[in-house]
Design a protein around this ligand. Structure first.
Ligand code: F6P
Length: 549
């Protein structure tokens, strides 16, 4: 077996980590902090204005040394270079992976298939900026002469989660006189509720789909087209009320949207890595081209840090390695992402696609079954709301749930003591998880003996805290890039393709088979398993298609 195809579990560093885990599994954070008064500052790193405190993790210097050694043995440095240089590291789709080119400054050159892609990226950004300014100034008019005030993004997965997350995250910077809504689900309720109360004359649809064949998006787009044509009864309705973002211009034009109203991107941008491409058109309209460019600059700063910093000082690499430590050695199944910032309310949902579609894989790059656990489950909710709901399980349950706390020093909406109270809660939760409360401490408070076990917190529950100055567009870019590259770090070590998503295909194919069975008349032969047949029959009966099924 060549060194490159060696499973990570065979690497010397992995073996050393297994032995090291034996000595770490019962060491308590209380002791680790007591042994090293400087720990809180030593296990912290700052880059591009992002401060990562990882001291409340169940690690020592030796853990970090071995994790970095593992990254080295698995060729992380070469893989980073391969990604940034446009090599086709998405092997199953034979594609380069170049979301980093989307935020490359104009002076840079990145060649893919013999072509420098940076000028193309900036040409699209300029076209987006021009269009956004026309919408924001009211110059872009609908077919009846009214300016577009309602911007509706139709898209799903990466063509929705990024735009909606960024819109919510940067709402503070957004134009409040424009309405932004997002339609993703094929459930008709999504369309009906999003369009409720909107005037077609003032509505612009952005159909966002890399492929322009996704069932949900194309169904919603057709419904939108029917709605506009029916409501406006105007021959110019489509060209003034629809634009598209896609790599598939042919399909867009076939749908009826003018070629000049298409904002392109490239097959080397994965859907879940595309919020900073033209898929971010709604974001740019909301916050303006200058803020959008500031966001790209934030992404780029984190890219450069990831590309150049030694792994022991490299935020994304460290985050990825710490995640791997819990996933593969402690057997943790999930990671909780807990932003103490209301504007980041969709950030956990966004991260779910980024992390789980990327690293939820069961075979390696060369098709062999993986020999260790891959991507953990990501979940979370903003700040203190979670404290009054699921934090109980994190504090006193039987599962180990590493947490990522995210906070900002400066509030965007200063309001009395609110921000101090919010951040006090963040710091307190991380502290409580790490150090807990011993039975002796509980008893010393005069708690009756029978209640002591219930009120004891064993602690030793790990967390990392990510602290930024203020939630700006640049800060959001840095945060997203931080997670993108930490996912990449893990995928590299697990030797999986973090950029394909074949696991979504089977369900799509089966749904395509079932659709006609739900819509067929009386005679319909079902050839599924007995459970699926019974469910379909029951549904058909309820819908009045009683016989023959
Ligand atoms: O089905 C999964 C997926 O392919 C995602 O990876 C992607 O972000 C989403 O569907 C939407 O795809 P598209 O942008 O091509 O409509």
């Amino acid at each position: 077996m060549s060194a490159a195809s060696q499973p990570p579990t065979e690497r010397p560093a992995w073996k050393a980590l297994e032995a090291h885990y034996q000595s770490m599994q019962n060491r308590h954070l209380r002791q680790l902090f007591a042994d090293d008064p400087e720990r809180g500052e030593r296990f912290a790193v700052e880059a591009a204005g992002v401060y990562l405190d990882y001291s409340k993790n169940r690690i020592t210097d030796e853990t970090i040394r071995l994790l970095v050694q593992l990254a080295d043995e698995c060729g992380l440095r070469d893989r980073i270079d391969a990604m940034f240089n446009g090599e086709k590291i998405n092997v199953t789709e034979r594609r380069a992976v170049l979301h980093t080119a989307l935020r490359a400054p104009q002076r840079q050159s990145i060649v893919v298939n013999g072509e420098d892609v940076v000028p193309q990226v900036h040409a699209v950004l300029d076209k987006m900026a021009d269009f956004s300014c026309r919408i924001r100034s009211g110059e872009w008019k609908g077919c009846t002469g009214k300016p577009a005030r309602n911007i509706i993004n139709i898209g799903i997965g990466g063509s929705e989660l990024g735009p909606v997350m960024a819109y919510e995250a940067l709402r503070y910077y957004s134009r409040r006189d424009l309405t932004f809504r997002f339609i993703s689900n094929i459930d008709g309720t999504d369309f009906v509720e999003a369009m409720h109360g909107l005037d077609a004359e003032e509505t612009l649809f952005i159909i966002s789909s890399k492929s322009f064949v996704t069932l949900e998006t194309m169904t919603n787009a057709s419904t939108a087209r029917d709605w506009v044509l029916k409501t406006l009864q105007h021959p110019g309705a489509i060209s003034r009320h629809f634009v598209a973002v896609s790599t598939n211009v042919g399909k867009v034009v076939k749908f009826g949207i003018d070629a000049e109203n298409v904002f392109g991107f490239w097959d080397w941008v994965g859907g879940r890595y595309s919020m900073d491409s033209a898929i971010g058109l709604s974001t740019m309209i909301a916050i303006g081209p200058e803020n959008f460019r500031a966001m790209l600059d934030g992404f780029h700063q984190m890219d450069e840090h990831f590309r150049t910093a030694p792994f022991e000082r490299n935020l994304p690499a460290l985050m990825g390695l710490l995640g791997l430590w819990y996933n593969n050695f402690f057997g943790a199944q999930t990671v909780a992402v807990l932003p103490y910032e209301r504007y980041l309310k969709r950030f956990p949902a966004y991260l779910q696609q980024l992390t789980m579609e990327s690293n939820g894989k069961h075979v390696t790059l060369d098709g062999a079954e993986v020999v260790c656990q891959t991507g953990p489950i990501y979940w979370g909710e903003p700040g203190t709301n979670g404290q009054h709901s699921f934090y109980q399980l994190i504090h006193q349950g039987t599962k180990l749930i590493p947490c990522n706390f995210i906070g900002f020093s400066q509030p965007l909406n200063p309001l009395g003591r609110h921000h101090d109270l919010l951040m006090a809660n963040l710091f307190a939760q991380a502290e409580a998880l790490a150090f807990g409360k011993t039975p002796q401490e509980v008893s010393a408070e005069g708690i009756p003996a029978w209640q002591v076990p219930h009120r004891t917190f064993e602690g030793n529950r790990p967390s990392s805290t990510i602290l930024l100055e203020r939630l700006t567009p640049a800060a959001l870019g840095k945060l997203v890039a931080l997670y993108e590259h930490s996912v990449f770090t893990q995928g590299t070590i697990w030797k999986i393709d973090s950029f394909d998503q074949w696991g979504v295909e089977l369900g799509k194919a089966l749904a395509a088979r079932i659709i006609p069975e739900l819509e067929a008349g009386a005679n319909c032969q079902l050839k599924h398993d007995s459970s699926t047949n019974a469910l379909i029959r029951r549904y058909r009966r309820s819908r009045g298609l009683l016989q023959g099924s």
